[in-house]
Design a protein around this ligand. Structure first.
Ligand SMILES: C[S@@+](CC[C@H](N)C(=O)[O-])C[C@H]1O[C@@H](n2cnc3c(N)ncnc32)[C@H](O)[C@@H]1O
Length: 334
């Protein structure tokens, strides 16, 4: 019974609002309840201890909480985080595994943490519920937090790269139908609206879609997964496909490349940003975001009839004050 009420509280409150200014990207649904006010209060102490740098004390409080509430996935997850901060990697892995077993919906995406610690292979994508939960909470503060605090420049960098790419191809910097994958609150649509006859957007988060609607920059907006949305489109109808800061939430890009190439008309452009990775095709970082290697992107382009017009190093945003290494791509359907 306690498990059921705790889990319902967890799902309900995981979708509740995020608040406060943070210089790091949000990584997990913020507020989650055990359904027991005393346990929730103890978790608040643990959170405060962790935030003040008392990681051993925080880990101790979580361990006590979990003696009483071993079903509480979020407490396992946060215990993992404190153990990681203490340098106890084996202990962190064990706690994240406990969180994963107790989180069937995948709201916490503990598998991303396990992949970052090398305890699991990088999953092809995070659970959809994790992405939806994260961005539904984030929607109201997204523009302010991202643009002002994290100095987010994804849409600007893509527009500039598209302008240079169009000049290099001696084609007009003008598009008919554009598809904005993972459109979020619509920053990308606003950035390129004057260059497009019509823009259609898709996003997993209904609240982000609501915000995008309010910009008035889009012809059509739908809530859903990028790949599934693309498969419903006719072939060769788009002259531009963009994805700004979205592929950090998608590991295996092969299906999206294939579909993007299919919906583009010959000469149409595909432009996106990624966090820059080395070695493996894609990896998951400590920040729970994917990074992709330049070789992987070039390989996918070649396999899908896309010519790489430019693949440039550029940082779309900062994390804890530091520029995050990234790549901005422009590819053309041959
Ligand atoms: C960091 S935001 C960027 C939003 C927007 N492109 C911009 O530049 O402001 C990433 C967005 O991608 C969306 N997203 C991530 N994975 C997705 C998927 N598989 N299908 C649809 N949307 C996805 C998220 O919901 C979120 O709104």
């Amino acid at each position: 019974m306690k498990f059921v009420s705790g889990f319902i509280g967890y799902v309900r409150q995981a979708l509740s609002k995020m608040s406060g200014i943070n210089t790091a990207y949000p990584r997990m649904p913020r507020v989650v309840s055990s359904g027991d006010v005393l346990l929730d209060r103890r978790r608040e102490w643990a959170l405060a201890s962790g935030q003040e740098g008392f990681h051993e004390a925080a880990a101790g409080i979580y361990e006590q909480i979990l003696e009483q509430a071993p079903w509480w996935a979020v407490a396992w997850f946060e215990l993992g985080r404190e153990r990681e901060r203490l340098g106890d990697v084996a202990g962190a892995i064990s706690a994240y595994k406990s969180a994963l077993e107790r989180d069937p919906v995948g709201l916490l995406a503990a598998d991303l943490k396990l992949a970052a610690l090398g305890a699991l292979p990088a999953p092809p994508a995070p659970p959809e519920s994790y992405v939806t939960g994260l961005f539904d909470q984030y929607a109201d503060s997204f523009d302010k937090h991202l643009v002002e605090t994290l100095e987010y420049r994804g849409p600007v960098l893509l527009r500039e790269a598209l302008e240079r790419g169009s000049a290099r191809m001696a084609r007009p910097f003008q598009f008919n139908a554009a598809y904005d994958l993972g459109c979020g609150t619509g920053l990308m649509g606003v950035e390129i609206r004057e260059r497009c006859r019509a823009i259609d957007g898709v996003d997993l988060s209904p609240k982000m879609i609501e915000a995008a609607k309010a910009t008035g920059a889009y012809r059509r907006l739908e809530t859903g997964d990028i790949w599934r949305w693309l498969t419903a489109s006719a072939a060769g109808v788009a002259s531009l496909v963009v994805a700004a800061d979205v592929f950090v939430y998608v590991g295996d890009l092969a299906p999206i490349f294939a579909e993007s190439a299919r919906v583009l008309e010959p000469g149409g452009l595909f432009s996106f940003s990624v966090q820059k990775g080395e070695g493996a095709d894609f990896t998951v970082g400590e920040d729970m975001r994917y990074a992709h290697s330049a070789d992987y992107l070039r390989e996918l382009a070649g396999a899908n009839g896309l010519e790489t017009i430019s693949l440039e190093e550029a940082s779309t945003r900062r994390d804890r004050g530091e520029p995050v290494p990234g790549l901005v791509a422009v590819m053309a359907k041959t």
